[in-house]
Design a protein around this ligand. Structure first.
Ligand SMILES: C[S@@+](CC[C@H](N)C(=O)[O-])C[C@H]1O[C@@H](n2cnc3c(N)ncnc32)[C@H](O)[C@@H]1O
Length: 306
């Protein structure tokens, strides 16, 4: 059996773990699942199954793509689509009904589950890369999948043109900020840190630069091989569809412990996010560069490494 997008090991506990393969692309979740003994994959191989469960994500396009992948992984068998009403499960099931015969469904509290049999032709659900401005490619479900994020664009405009040495882009997405910072020739190396497997694969194509080292990992546990000259970031404040402002604070800590004493952090954030106290705790000085009503761009210097 293959389970698409389990968010925690507890989602899998009622299943027979030795027969289970989980399709999951977000590194911190993969790490948790694998520690619990669950085999994870990030692509559909030749291996076929007779049952798939899909826990739908909140991106409708990605939910459709996972259902399409399930029909490929289970050419003859049963597909169960499960999800929360707040993630759009009801409209997903309505759409599925137009395209294939739904065997049955049940509703419970905030959730709904429907199932159908394969073969089923759901080619129209297949996601294909989207070309956005400047020729960058994105895909369903990655951060800012419809185009360049306005906060990242603002940070890119305010980055100095004389950045030098070795740096990192923390939570680097499909690569926009890294491409922009690498327009500076005096940068010798850039560590590209991203947890989303789909985003990092897009970035490998969006960024064609020998100076980049890619890490599919959890930024919160990443350690630079040598302390860095600079870090750029537009830190996440959502995890699996839920707002978690402490994530940005954790990214600030990671930045401070990976920078040289003379190193600098350049970050952008939504103006309402309360990051200043954390920056004061982890850096001796900081200033806000001209931001906008919606976003603030911060330069922080002299990291305090605990
Ligand atoms: C606000 S987005 C910024 C993306 C990119 N820098 C840009 O400007 O378009 C934050 C990124 O952090 C990634 N992310 C979230 N949690 C992470 C973690 N623990 N480790 C590494 N990356 C993470 C997300 O997948 C997302 O791509």
């Amino acid at each position: 059996m293959i389970f698409f997008n389990p968010e925690t090991p507890s989602h899998c506990l009622s299943l027979s773990l030795d027969k289970l393969v989980a399709y999951q692309t977000f590194f911190p979740v993969v790490d948790q699942l694998e520690r619990a003994g669950i085999k994870c994959v990030q692509s559909i191989s030749q291996q076929k199954f007779n049952l798939a469960i899909i826990s739908i994500p909140n991106s409708k396009k990605l939910a459709r793509h996972l259902i399409y992948l399930a029909t490929k992984a289970v050419p003859e068998g049963l597909i169960i689509v499960d999800g929360d009403k707040s993630y759009g499960i009801e409209s997903m099931i309505r759409d599925l009904k137009k395209r294939t015969k739904i065997t049955n469904f049940i509703s419970k509290a905030h959730g709904k589950t429907a199932w159908f049999e394969t073969p089923a032709d759901l080619e129209m659900y297949k996601d294909i890369p989207l070309k956005v401005e400047d020729g960058f490619k994105t895909r369903a479900g990655v951060f800012s999948s419809d185009g360049v994020d306005p906060a990242s664009k603002l940070l890119a405009q305010l980055l100095p043109r004389d950045l030098t040495g070795v740096g990192a882009d923390l939570g680097a997405g499909w690569g926009y900020l890294s491409v922009k910072v690498l327009e500076t020739n005096s940068i010798s190396e850039l560590h590209f840190i991203e947890a989303d497997f789909t985003a990092i694969n897009l970035a490998k194509n969006n960024l064609n630069d020998q100076r980049v080292k890619f890490y599919w990992c959890d930024a919160l546990t990443w350690k630079a091989p040598k302390l860095l000259d600079f870090i750029i970031m537009n830190p996440p404040f959502h995890h699996l569809g839920r707002a978690i402002p402490t994530l940005g604070i954790d990214f600030i800590k990671v930045a401070s412990r990976n920078l040289k004493k003379s190193g600098t952090l350049w970050m952008v954030a939504n103006r309402h996010l309360p990051y200043e106290d954390a920056i004061k705790r982890h850096f001796s000085s900081f200033s806000e560069l001209s931001g906008s009503k919606k976003f603030k761009v911060i330069r922080a210097e002299n990291p305090i490494n605990f």
